[in-house]
Design a protein around this ligand. Sequence first.
Ligand SMILES: Cc1ncc(C[n+]2csc(CCOP(=O)(O)OP(=O)(O)O)c2C)c(N)n1
Ligand SMILES: [Mg+2]
Length: 341
Amino acid sequence: MATVLSMKEPKETKKIRWKDLGLSSAQLIDFYKRMLLIRRFEERAAQEYGKSKIGGFCHLYIGQEAVGVGAIEALREDDYIFSAYRDHGHALARGMDPKVIMAELFGKFTGCSKGMGGSMHMFDASKNFMGGYGIVGGHIPLAAGTAFGSKYLGKDSVTICFFGEAAANQGVFHETLNLAALWKLPVVFICENNRYGMGTAVERAHAVWDIYQKASAYDMKRGWFDGMDVIESYRAVKAAVDHARQSNEPTLLEARTYRFRGHSMSDPIHGHYRTKEEVEEQKKSDPVPRFGEELLHAGILTQKAVDDMEAEIKTIVNQAVEFADQSPEPPADFLRENVYS
Ligand SMILES: Cc1ncc(C[n+]2csc(CCOP(=O)(O)OP(=O)(O)O)c2C)c(N)n1
Ligand SMILES: [Mg+2]
């Protein structure tokens, strides 16, 4: 039997820390703050779900924050972002208003999709945040669409597209990679390999466990990075985005990450598909405290600054919940809006 895929392997990549990337202290603090905001926002969303303030599907991004923050920080404002259904973190990383995101979760009219979309349908055209999709892999060709549009119009904006590793087994993933390589589209595909598609482990579903190698069939640039490390995420995505901008060439990146919560709010944290010990082991690499400790150690953050940040974020999240709670439901006649026939 083949060896079981380990999150810790391969480890040979030399870590390039921020000094090599020209990041300022303010940017590094912003990375941490965004990850912390996502973490606290989603912890609160889980509580509100428990109180039935949020209904329907709700997939948390807890554990994967470093991927979204590192990747989105590598973008310009005119670049496009596509996400799947674990999208609150990406929306917050892009700077969407936490109030509007929470209101969407609550199904309120003040939400970014007027309360008609819910957790899986975050959207903000003003930030080129193109959603939020519930069909596994369904959004991957849409990302090729905006990339094609940029190239066709002679603009140098790049599209990035997040999806899970299970989506890389969908036919549409392969069809899109083929066209993106053939047509040389400025798109970076970011596969967030959190090791499970619902309760199915990578090694039970994929013939090739190094997801990034699937791009070799299309002679596409490819690579993997430590998705539990925000600096590594930034470094890898920045390089791929810069390359796409300069050469119109796509890249497939595999972020090796881990989801700490259940697949969705209706699922248990470990279920029968993974052990409590495995989850605890992975939490030793929790991207949020890991980076916080690094910044404290480097003297970029002080404990007082961290405490102040926690307090500020608590207020932001409280205000988001208050706003969502007090907002109106969509009016009944709005049901007919955006319906084709
Ligand atoms: C086309 C399609 N098939 C099945 C489902 C049901 N489903 C929802 S999430 C999911 C697993 C996807 O896992 P992955 O792509 O690894 O993303 P993750 O949830 O780990 O972020 C499945 C099978 C779906 N939403 N769409
Ligand atoms: Mg997965």
